[in-house]
Design a protein around this ligand. Structure first.
Ligand SMILES: Cc1ncc(COP(=O)(O)O)c(C=O)c1O
Length: 352
């Protein structure tokens, strides 16, 4: 960051290029485009795929709201389909059943860092001539069933670097483009519609200010250098939880990925037994000094998506999971006594 400040180039400078290059190198892809947020990366991805008014795109209701908002920005209708009860990701069969004449694409999300079944979505997309946009904002470092790092399969994919993510730039995101042509368009739209070879104040298309500053990019460069160890520490913390929580009757733990697949540990979500009072459990944990929260709500029930006609009961798996899930405190440096304290408090809260 000091280097950036001394250089006088605080935006669109060499540190941004370095961050993009080093991130792409880590992921094993040709190019990566840094943006001001994961949402901005998704929005530029939707535009780059040419999705617009009157189109429909299929996605999971069990995600962060930005996965649907990026479609709404462009007048695309989000069409939800239910999730797999184990992986909690969009179920390829329900997605296939939701394809209509207006469907132009699929938007799988690697929820809680668990890799989507991209091989099946790619087949569906090829069979029905659909586009694909991967929302991997929670899954940096995850590996799919074919042993490939999430985001490196050649589909446009997005990552997010908000402070709660595996790596952070404070705010920030990344789009992995599917081609050099897509990269040029996205770089232009990121910078108010100014292509890289165009002069200052010269614009040839509609664009946005979705730039990531070089100061934030410097944080990104340092984070990429530590990324393998960050991911390993988070995995160790998750294993510790698995051992400690495994004995709590009825508690649902995160689905285990089968090698070569690997989850990237974003949060540690647990599912309370059917009938447990989640609010009471969260309150009891709070009293014991353990901050936990209900996580995630099913997004089709938010007011602006209800306006499109979505209602309770349409996606029973997602709604059931959303009603019973809870995120426990989780970070890479979590010590065993800390994890034990959470496990004991949760066991007591569930018995109470
Ligand atoms: C699944 C998913 N998509 C998109 C985003 C948006 O990322 P950002 O907050 O960087 O805009 C997030 C962030 O939490 C996310 O979890």
């Amino acid at each position: 960051m000091v280097e950036v400040l001394r250089s006088g180039q605080l935006s669109l400078g060499p540190m941004l290029e370095r961050f993009e290059r080093e991130f792409a190198g880590w992921l094993g892809v040709d190019d990566a485009i840094a943006t001001s947020s994961g949402t901005a990366a998704l929005h530029l991805g939707v535009r780059a795929l040419g999705w617009g008014r009157g189109d429909e795109v299929i996605l999971t209701p069990f995600t962060f709201v930005a996965s649907a908002n990026c479609l709404l920005y462009e007048g695309v209708r989000p069409v939800f389909a239910d999730i797999d009860p184990e992986t909690l990701n969009l179920d390829p069969d329900t997605a296939a059943a939701a394809v209509s004449d207006r469907t132009v694409g699929l938007l799988p999300v690697d929820i809680f860092g668990y890799p989507s079944e991209m091989d099946r979505f790619e087949r569906l997309a090829a069979d029905r001539s659909l586009g694909l946009l991967e929302d991997s904002c929670q899954a940096l470092g995850a590996v799919d069933r074919q042993g490939r790092k999430v985001g490196s399969r050649g589909n446009p994919a997005t990552f997010g670097f908000y402070a709660n993510k595996q790596m952070t730039t404070g705010e920030g995101g990344m789009l992995i483009p599917a081609s050099a042509g897509m990269a040029a368009r996205v770089r232009s739209e990121r910078n108010q519609g100014r292509a890289v070879d165009m002069a200052w104040l010269d614009h040839d298309r509609l664009g946005f200010n979705y730039r990531l500053s070089d100061l934030a990019a410097a944080v990104g460069v340092a984070q990429v250098a530590r990324l393998d160890s960050i991911l390993a520490r988070r995995e160790r913390a998750a294993l510790q939880y698995r051992e400690l929580l495994g004995g709590i009757a009825g508690l649902g733990l995160p689905h285990e990925a089968e090698a070569p697949a690997r989850r990237s540990w974003f949060v540690y979500p647990v599912r309370l037994p059917v009938g447990a009072d989640r609010a009471a459990v969260i309150a009891a944990l709070g009293e014991a000094g353990v901050p936990a929260k209900a996580y995630l709500p099913a997004i089709h029930l938010f007011p602006h998506l209800r306006e499109l006609g979505y209602r309770e009961g349409q996606f029973p798996v997602a709604e059931d999971i959303a009603a019973r899930s809870m995120a426990l405190p989780f970070y890479g440096g979590m010590t065993e006594p800390e994890a034990e304290r959470v496990a004991t408090a949760l066991d007591t809260a569930l018995k109470g």
